[in-house]
Ligand binder design. Structure first.
Ligand SMILES: C[S@@+](CC[C@H](N)C(=O)[O-])C[C@H]1O[C@@H](n2cnc3c(N)ncnc32)[C@H](O)[C@@H]1O
Length: 230
């Protein structure tokens, strides 16, 4: 298992220092990438999310969870490893109904929960940071058959890189606002390798979208995966 508490804590610290705490307006759209408006919206999680139970793994400051709870009427839990991120999320969106933020490791949260969800998702969050052979079967156990897992990860070929050559994670970085780069491990897999892990865990790959803004990014920057629980 990969744990990387301190780089993520450093990220939360810098973001907390740069932003005002307090209520924020809920975003009008689900964001799967760091480029606002790029890619699909929340519809890839299911056709009608009203009243559905959703879980976000690595929710950060909670913008997408808040959007899904308010804009789509879903009942959302956002989990993040770093307590400071959860404090930020609560200060921005704690006033909203049907929205809960919890501090915890995604894997440990799932292992301790008996709940089954209608969709589980992650936006540059815990999926990709935890070994798939550990995380994906546990996610599958918490999804009803036919329901969706969707996650975006940094594209393995961004900036001219190549995907991991085997099932091991590799060294990557968390980039902070002050330009410091803190090392983490990340599973930067191509779609074929991800599909193999998804199939082994009991998922059917629905789509793998390579996203980038063609004006700003010469490479694909985000891989967005949709998979259905068998
Ligand atoms: C790049 S940020 C993305 C945050 C958010 N999803 C967004 O789009 O703004 C990654 C987040 O994943 C969280 N994280 C990292 N490892 C995790 C783990 N094992 N379990 C839960 N959250 C984790 C970090 O604390 C951080 O808030």
């Amino acid at each position: 298992m990969i744990t990387q508490d301190s780089p993520w804590h450093a990220l939360a610290l810098q973001r907390t220092a740069a932003e005002l705490a307090g209520p924020l307006a809920v975003t009008a759209r689900m964001q799967w990438t760091t480029r606002p408006g790029l890619g699909p919206g929340a519809d890839i999680l299911g056709p009608d999310l009203r009243g559905k139970r959703l879980l976000e793994l690595g929710c950060g400051s909670g913008h997408n969870s808040a959007h899904l709870a308010t804009g789509h009427g879903a009942s959302v839990t956002g989990v993040d490893l770093v307590g400071l991120q959860v404090r930020r999320a609560r200060s921005h969106y704690g006033r909203l109904n049907n929205l809960t933020f919890v501090t915890g490791h995604a894997l440990h949260y799932l292992q301790a929960s008996a709940e089954r969800f209608d969709a589980i998702y992650s936006v540059f969050g815990a999926v990709g940071l935890i070994a798939p052979e550990a995380l994906l079967p546990v996610i599958a156990a918490h999804l009803r058959p036919g329901r969706m897992l969707a996650f975006s990860v940094p594209h393995a070929r961004r900036c001219g890189r190549s995907p991991c050559a085997d099932d091991r994670p590799r060294r990557a970085f968390v980039a902070l606002a002050d330009r410091t780069r803190l090392p983490i491990s990340r599973c930067e897999f191509d779609t074929d390798r991800l599909e193999k892990h998804l199939r082994t865990a009991g998922f059917w790959l629905i789509s793998a979208q390579e996203l980038h803004n063609s004006r700003l990014d010469p490479w694909p920057t985000t891989l967005l995966i949709r998979a259905r629980k068998l």
